[in-house]
Design a protein around this ligand. Structure first.
Ligand code: NCD
Ligand code: ZN
Length: 345
C-alpha cells in the first residue's frame, strides 16, 4: 500500500456557517486540518472583534472535546470599517485577517464594500499592522461578463490598490484564471493566492455538459480547462510558496442549489486533503502536495507550521452521494465518485 505522510495541513479559506450546519461540518475539517481561516460572511456578517470572538467560541463549543483544531478568525470589511477596528483586530490573538467582498459579488456579500476609495485610511492601517487583506477578486458591474470578472478586477481594482499600498499583505482568494496566476507570480512577496480543490479538478464543462449541474456552481465560477484550469494546476504544483491551500468549502442545502436561482458554493470539507491529493497525483506532482497544503500558508501568515502529521494511503473509496445533516442535505464535491487517496484515521 502506497502511503504518504504529511505535516498536518491547514485550510486558509473556509466557510463554517452557523448553528446546526456548522456543528455538522466543522468536525470534517477538524479531523484533517490543524487550522482554518474562517470566513466572516454570515448573516449578519462578522464585523468586529467582539463578534468574531463570539463566533469563535461557538465553533470551539461544537468541536469534539479532544480536538486541537484552531479557527483563525477574520473580519468582514464594510464601508463603515474604521482604522480603530483594524487596530483592535491586530491586537487580538484570534483575528488574523480582514476579508473584502465587493458588494454583491457572492453569497452574503450585500454588506460588502461599494467603493474602496472611501476606505483608504482603514487599508493604510492594515498595511501598517501587516494585517492581511483577503480578497474576493471579482467586479460586479452588470456589463462585465461573469467569466471575465476576476480578470477585470485584477486590472481595474487590485493593480491600482497595490500601487497605492505597495506593502499591503494580500491573499487573492480562490483564484480561477491564468491572469490571476500570472499576476501573483509577478507580484511582490506580500501577495499570495489560495486555490481550491474544485478549481483544480473541474472546469466549466463539468457545470454544463449533459445538463446544468448546480453543485458545480461556485463563485468565482469555474473557467475553461485551457488555459485557466491548467494554469491553476501548474501554479499549485509548482512549489511556488505564494500559492497555497484554501478549500472555499461552502455548504448549502441542496434545495437552495437545485433551484431556479441556485446559490453559489461547493462543499469539499468532507474530503479536502484527499481531493487535493487526487489533483496533485493526476499532475504527477504528489511530492509537491505537502508544501502547498501544510507549509506555505503558515509561512505567509507568519505562523509556525503544524508539528503533527497525517497519513494518506492510496486506496480507492467512494464519496457519499449526499450528507444528511440535521436541517440540511448537502451534496458534496465528487458526490458518488471515486477518490484514489484516503486519510488514514
Ligand atoms: C461562498 C459561500 O457560499 O459563502 N460561495 C462560493 O461560491 N464560493 C462565498 C464565496 O467565497 O464567494
Ligand atoms: Zn469563500
Amino acid at each position: 500500500m502506497v502511503k504518504l505522510k504529511l505535516t498536518r495541513p491547514d485550510d486558509w479559506h473556509l466557510h463554517l456557517r452557523q448553528g446546526s450546519l456548522m456543528s455538522s461540518v466543522v468536525e470534517m475539517t477538524a479531523r484533517q486540518m490543524g487550522r482554518a481561516v474562517v470566513m466572516p460572511n454570515l448573516s449578519p456578517p462578522i464585523r468586529t472583534v467582539g463578534e468574531s470572538l463570539k463566533y469563535r467560541s461557538e465553533i470551539i463549543a461544537s468541536l469534539p472535546k479532544q480536538s486541537s483544531f484552531n479557527p483563525l478568525m477574520t473580519l468582514y470589511l464594510t464601508d463603515q470599517t474604521t482604522k480603530q477596528d483594524i487596530i483592535d483586530a491586530s491586537q487580538n490573538e484570534h483575528v488574523y485577517a480582514v476579508k473584502l467582498y465587493p458588494a454583491g459579488a457572492t453569497t452574503n456579500s450585500d454588506d460588502g464594500v461599494t467603493a474602496l476609495s472611501s476606505l483608504y485610511s482603514t487599508i493604510e492601517q492594515m498595511q501598517k499592522e501587516e494585517m492581511p487583506l483577503l480578497i474576493h477578486g471579482e467586479v460586479t458591474h452588470a456589463e462585465v461578463d461573469v467569466f471575465d470578472r476576476e480578470k477585470v478586477f485584477i486590472e481595474t481594482i487590485l493593480d491600482p490598490l497595490l500601487k497605492r499600498f505597495p506593502e499591503l499583505k494580500v491573499v487573492l482568494e480562490h483564484i480561477t484564471t491564468k491572469e490571476a496566476v500570472d499576476f501573483v507570480t509577478d507580484a511582490s512577496q506580500d501577495i499570495a493566492a489560495t486555490i481550491t480543490a474544485h478549481h483544480l479538478l473541474a472546469n466549466r464543462n463539468h457545470m454544463f455538459l449533459g445538463g446544468i449541474k448546480p453543485h458545480y456552481y461556485c463563485l468565482p465560477v469555474l473557467k475553461r480547462r485551457a488555459p485557466h484550469q491548467e494554469s491553476l494546476i501548474k501554479a499549485a504544483t509548482s512549489g511556488n510558496p505564494r500559492f497555497f491551500l484554501g478549500t472555499d468549502s461552502a455548504p448549502h442545502d441542496r434545495l437552495h442549489k437545485e433551484s431556479a436561482c441556485g446559490c453559489a458554493g461547493v462543499f469539499s470539507a468532507h474530503a479536502a486533503i484527499e481531493l487535493y491529493a487526487e489533483a496533485f497525483d493526476k499532475a504527477n506532482k504528489i511530492e509537491r502536495l505537502e508544501g502547498f497544503a501544510s507549509h506555505y500558508g503558515a509561512d505567509f501568515y507568519g505562523l509556525d507550521r503544524n508539528k503533527d502529521t497525517i497519513m494518506l494511503e492510496k486506496k480507492s473509496w467512494q464519496v457519499p452521494d449526499i450528507f444528511e445533516f440535521s436541517g440540511a442535505e448537502v451534496v458534496p464535491f465528487f458526490s458518488g465518485e471515486d477518490l484514489s487517496w484516503r486519510l488514514v484515521s
